[in-house]
Design a protein around this ligand. Structure first.
Ligand code: CP
Ligand code: NVA
Length: 302
C-alpha cells in the first residue's frame, strides 16, 4: 500500500478502482445515516497556501463523518508562512497528527513534505496536479454512465493542473482523452510524454470542435488558475473560442455529460446555459469530492 496520494500516476488502476469501491460503500452509508467511524480518534492537518471552498469543507466534513478531526492550517498563520522549512513542518506534524492534506504551489514541495513525514500526505492541489478532483470527476462519470470505460473524454481550455491530472488518468485507466488548448497553453509536455509512454491515448488539437465531436464527457476549468490572476486579461484574449457552449455540447454525444471542477467563470470557459443545463453534472461532481476523499483517507490512514 502506498503511503501518500500525491499524483494519480503513482497509483495503479486496481488500487484506484478499490478506492472507487470504497467510495460507493461510504457514500451509501452516509446517505443511509449509518455511522462509519473508520478514522475514530484520528486527526488530519489541512495546510492551505491557496484559497479553497470545496477542498477545505469536504476534507473537514469528511474527517468528522469518519469520527476524526480536521485542523485548518493556513500558511499565513503558521510558521510555514514565515519560512520554517517544509522538512521541519513534516517531522513536527508527524508527532501530533495522523495525516496531512496540503494545497500549495509546487508539486516538489508536496513531495518534499511527504518525504519528511511519517504520516500520509494527500495532494489537495498544486500548480501541477489536482488528483482528488479527478478521482471525484471519474466517480461522477461512473455514477452517470455506469463505468468510465468505453467513453471518449474531452478537455477544452487551459493545459493546467486539472488537464495534467486528466492526462495521468487517461494513462492509468486507459481511456481516450482529446485535449484542445490555445497555442502556448498546452499541458506539461513531460506529463504528456510520460502518459504516452504508459500507453495513454492522448489526441491533441487547437480546435475545440474537433476535440468535442462525439465525446461522452466534456470538461473544462478556469482560464487563469490561482496564482495567475495577473494574466487574466491576456488569457481572456488567448482563450477566445475555447469555451464550452451550446454549440460545443451539440457537437458532442447526445447524452454527453459536462464536468467543471468549480469555481466557474460563466461567460468565459463555460456558458451559463451549459453549466445550468441538462448535461451538466457539476454539483454531483462537487459532492463526490467528499465521498472520494473519505475513501482516500480511509485507504491511507485507517
Ligand atoms: N474544485 C476545487 O478544488 O475547489 P476549491 O478551490 O473550492 O477547493
Ligand atoms: N485550475 C484551478 C483549479 C481550481 C480548483 C486552479 O488551480 O486555480
Amino acid at each position: 500500500m502506498k503511503k501518500d496520494f500525491l499524483c494519480l500516476s503513482d497509483w495503479s488502476r486496481v488500487e484506484l478502482d478499490k478506492i472507487f469501491d470504497l467510495t460507493r460503500e461510504l457514500k451509501a452509508k452516509q446517505k443511509r445515516g449509518e455511522e462509519h467511524h473508520l478514522l475514530k480518534g484520528k486527526t488530519l492537518g489541512m495546510i492551505f497556501e491557496k484559497s479553497s471552498t470545496r477542498t477545505r469543507v469536504s476534507f473537514e466534513v469528511g474527517m468528522f463523518q469518519l469520527g476524526g478531526h480536521a485542523l485548518f492550517l493556513h500558511s499565513g498563520t503558521t510558521q510555514l508562512g514565515r519560512g520554517e522549512p517544509i522538512k521541519d513542518t513534516g517531522r513536527v506534524m508527524s508527532r501530533y497528527i495522523d495525516g496531512i492534506m496540503i494545497r500549495t504551489f509546487s508539486q516538489a514541495g508536496v513531495e518534499e513534505l511527504a518525504h519528511w513525514s511519517d504520516i500520509p500526505v494527500i495532494n489537495g492541489l498544486t500548480d501541477s496536479y489536482h488528483p482528488c478532483q479527478v478521482m471525484a470527476d471519474l466517480f461522477t462519470v461512473i455514477e452517470h454512465k455506469g463505468s468510465y470505460e468505453g467513453l471518449s473524454y474531452c478537455w477544452i481550455g487551459d493545459g493546467n493542473n486539472m488537464a495534467n491530472s486528466w492526462i495521468n488518468a487517461a494513462a492509468v485507466f486507459g481511456f481516450e482523452l482529446r485535449v484542445a488548448t490555445p497555442k502556448g497553453y498546452e499541458p506539461d509536455a513531460a506529463v504528456v510524454a510520460r502518459a504516452k509512454e504508459a500507453g495513454a491515448r492522448i489526441l491533441y488539437t487547437n480546435d475545440p470542435m474537433e476535440a468535442a465531436r462525439g465525446a461522452h464527457v466534456l470538461n473544462t476549468d478556469v482560464w487563469a488558475s490561482m496564482g495567475q490572476e495577473s494574466e487574466q486579461k491576456e488569457r481572456e484574449k488567448a482563450f477566445v473560442g475555447f469555451q464550452i457552449n451550446d454549440a460545443v455540447v451539440a457537437a458532442a454525444a447526445p447524452d454527453c455529460i459536462v464536468l467543471h471542477c468549480l469555481p466557474a467563470h460563466r461567460g468565459e470557459e463555460i456558458t451559463e446555459s451549459v453549466i445550468e443545463g441538462s448535461h451538466s453534472v457539476v454539483f454531483d461532481e462537487a459532492e463526490n469530492r467528499l465521498h472520494v476523499q473519505k475513501a482516500i483517507m480511509v485507504t491511507l490512514m485507517a
